[in-house]
Design a protein around this ligand. Structure first.
Ligand SMILES: C[S@@+](CC[C@H](N)C(=O)[O-])C[C@H]1O[C@@H](n2cnc3c(N)ncnc32)[C@H](O)[C@@H]1O
Length: 343
């Protein structure tokens, strides 16, 4: 999934750094800013019990399936056959003109181009069917989230964007013209009672204990709620009246302090002070709102800090132009990993 700060390509680096720090691969690993769930899933597969969290609903649903669940539910009540048959049924639904078509497709009321007309209609048909099944008590929560997670993933795959939903493209990218298809997610079993939350990290931290606390907060001013608003609309399905050219949701309650220059440092400091854990691991890059020296000072209050770095090609949504905000040779950023053994 294209996602600001997605750590999929840094998993080896993170795992190597943890191994070098002699942190045992068991106990409880908390991914408190889970995003796509890539880190939580990786360390679930390595033997940890995982606690996963994020503020956003689409992220919660994706992590519910990837990290929290240990087996595929059976979809018994639908009586359509096996899981494959359920996905086939949804993939073959007659497309309909609904909320997604109306708000995010070129022939809808606002001419937005997030999805082709036909894919928007497919999403509408599938999303309505899933919701009707759930409302009619034909799906368990696990089943509901398996289907929603697959739809969010499939919709993101055919979205006509260059990286975030901050804007749609005027020209159709080839992927956006491919037919939307739901795929059955792979669910791995770590035989551990994983936990999943959708809370502000600074609230959750006061309620949990873990062995390894992994912190991958937003590092710039781009709010996830406004950059991934289309996925949030699909996940929540509250059919809000959208505003502006790009069709934003009201995201007042989802604003992150970590994206605000005046508040990120205070929020981070509070999070670190409240952590009940043996190790703290932080991903942050050299262009983050919080300066490196200040970040280290906060961490040093809890124990000795080791720093690991790697060069990394940035997640890029902005084209090259004279006033481009983030300029750096070859689009390389330095990704830092700080590991603290808590005293
Ligand atoms: C850098 S991304 C995490 C990326 C993730 N490690 C991955 O590999 O996909 C930061 C995440 O923090 C979430 N977030 C922002 N503020 C938050 C808060 N106060 N509490 C919990 N999650 C928050 C965002 O929604 C976003 O998904």
């Amino acid at each position: 999934m294209k996602y600001i700060g997605n750590k999929t390509r840094l998993l080896d680096f993170i795992e190597r750094s943890i191994t070098e720090s002699k942190i045992p691969f068991n106990g409880t690993f908390c991914d408190i800013f889970g995003g796509t769930g890539s880190v939580g899933k990786h360390f679930k597969d390595k033997g940890f019990k995982v606690i996963s969290n994020d503020l956003m609903t689409y992220s919660y649903i994706i992590q519910y399936v990837l990290v929290y669940l240990n087996q595929m539910p059976m979809f018994d009540k639908l009586a359509l056959g096996d899981v494959k048959a359920v996905f086939q049924f949804l993939n073959n639904l007659e497309p309909i003109e609904g909320y997604v078509f109306e708000n995010y497709a070129p022939s809808g009321s606002y001419g937005r181009q997030y999805f082709s007309d036909i894919n928007a209609k497919r999403i509408d048909a599938i999303r309505e069917q899933i919701q009707n099944w759930y409302n009619d008590d034909m799906l368990s929560t696990d089943e509901y989230f398996v289907l929603l997670s697959s739809l969010i993933d499939a919709a993101d795959f055919v979205a006509n964007i260059s990286g975030t939903y901050g804007a749609y493209l005027k020209i159709w990218r080839s992927m956006a013209l491919k037919p939307l298809t739901l795929r059955i997610p792979e669910i791995k079993n770590n035989n551990r009672p994983n936990e999943i939350y959708q809370e502000d990290a600074n609230c959750l931290i006061k309620k949990i204990k873990c062995d390894v606390l992994y912190i991958d907060p937003p590092y710039n001013e781009r709010q996830y709620a406004s950059n991934f608003h289309v996925l949030e609309s699909l996940a929540v399905w509250d059919k809000q009246t959208l505003f502006g050219k790009t069709g934003q949701r009201d995201y007042t309650s989802k604003k992150s302090r970590y994206c605000l220059k005046g508040e990120a440092l205070g929020a981070f400091s509070e999070l670190i002070d409240c952590a009940e854990t043996k190790y703290i691991i932080i991903s942050y890059n050299n262009e983050g709102i919080i300066p490196r020296e200040k970040l280290i000072k906060i961490l040093e209050k809890r124990g000795e800090v080791k720093e690991y770095t790697t060069n990394y090609r940035r997640f890029r949504t902005e084209r090259d132009h004279e006033h481009r905000k983030y300029k750096n040779c070859n689009d390389k950023v330095v990704e830092h990993l700080y590991i603290v053994k808590v005293n």
